[in-house]
Design a protein around this ligand. Sequence first.
Ligand code: PEP
Ligand code: MG
Length: 442
Amino acid sequence: MSRLAHSYLEEFDFKEPVILLAEEITAALIAEVPRERIAGIVSLQGSGNSIAAILARNLNIPTLIGVDIPLQKLDRHLFIVDGIRKELLVDPTAGVLTEYQGMILDNEKNSKILLEEQFLPADTEDGVHINVNLNAGLSFDEKEQSILPLIDGVGLYRTEIEFMMHKNFPTELEECRHYEEVLKNFAEKKVVMRTMDVGGDKPLPYLPMNELNPFLGWRGIRVSLDKPNLLLAQFRAMLKANRKYENLSIMLPMISSLDEVLAAKKLLDQAYNEICEEYSTVIDYPKIGAMIEVPAVLFILEDLAPHVDFFSIGSNDLTQYTLAVDRNNPKVSKLYDSFQPSMLRAFYRIFRICDKEIHRPISVCGEVAGDPLGALMLISIGYRELSMNYTSVPLVKYILRHVNMSELQEVFAKAIKLQDAIEIRNLYRDYANKKGLLSMIK
Ligand code: PEP
Ligand code: MG
């Protein structure tokens, strides 16, 4: 357990809302505190792209990650955690408190506007529909269910979170019950379940991984293929769970070569045959997809295409590996930018190949898809399927409904010629401003 500035977590009764301040706030730590009691999060380690930050965003908690502050001196003071301006205000004056109360009211007004439109389809002004999917598995309450009428499906279900919550590997039966629950919650909608993606900043307490470079090490599909019985059990559990709901697709994380896809598919075939035999019936064979997170995949898309049904870009990792910037390291977080020209061109290249050459559906499920300007950038390239966190859905839908695709294509034609991330982002920001959307975006 991470050490908080004041004491260990169990000493708190959480009667009052608290700001969690720690050397390092982890996803597991956040999960242990009742959501309604967390007013803010401040972590010295990590960055806005770490899994803890993604979880905090998903839960709509103001968060500062990777800040340089004297932790020990801050206990039991009054704070404002400004997650928008990325500022921590200690013992704010009455004037500052009033200013923030005004900002909270403005925010509430904006939220009301979003809520009024949230059930409308994500169609641009000129009638182009964008599929808006949910990144699920990070929410510890049932909120995700209330989002059902707003989304087209689940574009990413992070199965590793369930593994992280256990004290030991769950049994196949436990896994199956859990997946059944998920497929049932989203019945009638497509659910893309990703096989266990541990490693990096998602350690499993019961699977020691002491590595110097965990993001370049034993992660995702590499762990699963080294422990084939685990992957086989996961496939079996998914297939069994899907018998009733038939809405499952499976996605493989951290793919970097054709071998990995073929090895995983061999195990999926085995699981499929076993389940058909055990139940003496022919079950649904799920669609299988590969994540594009490792730049190597950009150069083997044509080789992978005959063996997968779809691709999905994990832009959190694709940005990290393309730019060689640790997504967790606050010292280099300024360099981590999905608007870099190299990233824009990577997104463009992937879209073009999937759309024109290999004819495979392509979506984006990294954080860039849930960022309003990121979403504009992606749809201007041609992407029509975005998957994002719970809290991003109403905002991104609103933004998509108030832009014009042919205008955005003109923005893209300019953006692709630029050589600077700030200029590229500003093009999309200027366009959002022209459409009167900036006050929503912040
Ligand atoms: C990604 O890398 O963009 C992604 C969706 O996976 P995760 O953030 O869980 O690594
Ligand atoms: Mg990833």
